[in-house]
Every structure is written in C-alpha cells, then in structure tokens.
Design a protein around this ligand. Sequence first.
Ligand SMILES: [Zn+2]
Ligand SMILES: [Zn+2]
Length: 143
Amino acid sequence: MTGQAVDATRTGGCLCGAVRYALSGPLRDVIACHCRECRRQTGHYLAATAVKRRYFALLRDDGLRWYQSSAIARRGFCAACGSTLFWDAPAYPHLAIAAGSLDDDAGLRLVVHIFVEECGHYYTPGDGARTVRGRDHGLAVPE
Ligand SMILES: [Zn+2]
Ligand SMILES: [Zn+2]
C-alpha cells in the first residue's frame, strides 16, 4: 500500500558509523530524485524515504555535517566517510532520509522518479515506477 510502509522502529546510519539515527514511526515510500543537486551530491541520484520529524532521533552525530544546497534545503552527510544521509527543508514537517542508509529497508518500495528531465544521459529512470517532471510526486508522508 503506497505511503503506508511498515510502522516500527528502524535504525540507520552512515558507512563508518559516525552518524546513527532511529526512526520510530511509519516511513513514506521511496522517491528517486534526478535533479542536478541530487546527482552531484550522490554521484548518481538520490533515493529517499521520509518520516515526520517527531519520529526522527539522532543516536550519534559525530560525523554529521550540513551543506546548504539551495534556498529551501540543506543536505546532511558524514564528514568522515562521505555518506549521503538527509535532505532537510526546515519548512517541511518531515525529513527525507537516504534509503540506502537504513539498516533494514524491508517493506519499502521505490514508487516514483522525480525531476526526470534532469537525469543523466547514461541511464533511463523507470524500472516500472512512475516518472514525473519536476518535484510534484504526490506522495504524503504518513502520520
Ligand atoms: Zn560516516
Ligand atoms: Zn533532487
């Protein structure tokens, strides 16, 4: 069921362990963003779930650094190992979390590709999931 992923505490973190977090509420399905900023930061594109802020807790933030990547958002990454971790627009009631940083991603599905007009020439977004131009994916973050 789209947008109603498993409701259970999950943990995640970066490659080296200098950043760890816990998510105590339901997660949104995964969105792949092909915008230029996500492509630059990740080296390919960003696949991210999201959670309401009240369900998010940092367990360890020794390596966590933020980069203000646009007027509306900053990106969290590990300064020690370089892992992509968070996309954070303070005006939004949720935090986007790199799906690959989860310890256990069971139950999540990649359901939509956004900003496909900015994807690289070397691949085609698709794999059966919806594709949209721009940011309007239409998915709600579960309460
Ligand atoms: Zn790290
Ligand atoms: Zn993006």
